[in-house]
Design a protein around this ligand. Structure first.
Ligand SMILES: [Mn+2]
Length: 395
């Protein structure tokens, strides 16, 4: 079976409340269409975070339908499987499932139980003669048993010994989280509000685990679980090539062959200069090193003081000398007291702030105002309240 694995599209993202990314998403989807035509995969999967927001605008919804239909027309026999991520509204994604199934496209939004029993059929997609997809969307922690219950069910149905692909949108412990802010609670990493789980909690009965949520592309140490990463760069931290993943598995029990196909971005993200420099130095460096390819620019400033109010205009003036260079923001780093090393303490802009985990914000606020760490009792209390609100919202 040949599988095209993507995740974390984040359609509808508005960068810094200002820059609509739709043209960039179109550029990605045009490339995806070409890849589908050339590679002829047996299935295309999107492991969560289809949209950037749980209330995508009408234009984003139309954008997704138009592009999915285009892929359906190019490869009518290739099923498409899309699961909800933590950014998506599970009920919205679920509401699309009926109509889209008519064109071999499967939207799976949430796990449902009748009494104690999960509804398994909606998560199990058989590709006759090729393999099985276990489509698990983003699920709250307490439903982690779902992975194994579905795998067990497929095990019973898989009489031909075909490859089994498991989808997940979660945090796996010990993965590389470079593009994300992380926090730790009770020895577990929390990334983007999702507690990490140990990969060994999932039974070894899959041939490839197609993960979403972490935007840094990486194959995990067992050699058969992978975060394919976001296809469109979403912020200044994601400084790595963006790609999609092609996977081939012959039979159930075989190791997958994993290849990546790099994507060409429409716009780039420039952090200038590379290391934080005093304001005047940073401005003249930018002036002398204007990037040639279009993109977003963040000025990297070292300053103990608040920056003068005309800073933004001065950056914009310099950028207007280039082609297609968009002002994004500046990052201000304070020098450390010893005058040598640099304390990384960026001031968040609003859009970065919105991406933060509530736990992390509270932890930082506490630390900064009281100059001491939260104790474990308080952490635990806060954690359980946040969890409770989340579960309430998920209903
Ligand atoms: Mn994501």
């Amino acid at each position: 079976m040949k599988l095209l694995h993507t995740s974390d599209w984040h359609i509808g993202q508005i960068l810094n409340f200002h820059y609509d990314r739709q043209e960039e998403h179109q550029c990605f989807l045009d490339q995806l269409c070409r890849i589908v035509e050339q590679e002829r995969p047996d299935v295309l999967i999107v492991s969560g975070d289809i949209y950037d927001k749980n209330t995508p605008g009408n234009s984003s919804m139309r954008f997704l339908s138009d592009n999915l239909l285009r892929i359906c027309d190019l490869a009518p026999d290739m099923p498409i499987v899309l699961t909800a991520g933590n950014h998506d509204s599970s009920s919205r994604i679920e509401s699309m499932s009926g109509v889209w199934r008519r064109v071999n496209t499967h939207f799976i939004g949430a796990a449902e139980r009748v009494g104690e029993e999960y509804q398994l059929d909606k998560h199990i997609i058989e590709i006759p003669g090729k393999g099985w997809i276990a489509a698990v969307p983003y699920i709250p922690d307490y439903q982690n048993d779902l992975y194994n219950i579905i795998l067990k069910e497929i095990h019973d149905r898989n009489t031909q010994n075909l490859p089994v692909i498991l989808m997940g949108h979660t945090t796996i412990g010990n993965a590389i989280f470079t593009a994300h802010e992380t926090t730790t609670f009770s020895g577990r990493d929390i990334v983007g509000g999702i507690n990490s789980m140990n990969i060994n909690e999932i039974d070894n009965d899959y041939d490839y685990l197609a993960l979403g949520h972490i935007h840094t592309p990486q194959t995990l140490s067992n050699g058969k679980a992978r975060y394919c990463g976001s296809p469109v760069q979403l912020n200044f931290k994601e400084q790595f090539p963006h790609s999609v993943t092609m996977v081939t598995v012959e039979n159930h029990g075989d190791m997958p062959q994993i290849d990546t196909i790099e994507l060409e971005p429409l716009r780039r993200f420039y952090v200038i200069p590379e290391k934080p420099a005093p304001l005047e130095e940073a401005l003249s460096y930018l002036d002398a090193h204007l990037p040639e390819k279009q993109g977003y620019v963040q000025l990297n400033i070292l300053s103990a003081e608040r920056l003068p109010s005309d800073t933004e205009n001065r950056i914009r003036d310099i950028l207007s000398k280039g082609e297609g260079l968009l002002y994004c923001d500046y990052k201000c780093t304070r020098p450390a007291a010893d005058g040598k090393s640099v304390v990384e303490k960026p001031e968040f802009n609003l859009s970065e702030f919105r991406e933060k985990d509530p736990f992390e914000i509270a932890e930082r606020y506490y630390q900064e105002t009281l100059q001491t760490e939260m104790d474990d009792t308080l952490k635990e209390l806060l954690h359980s309240v946040i969890q409770e609100v989340r579960e309430e919202n998920a209903r």
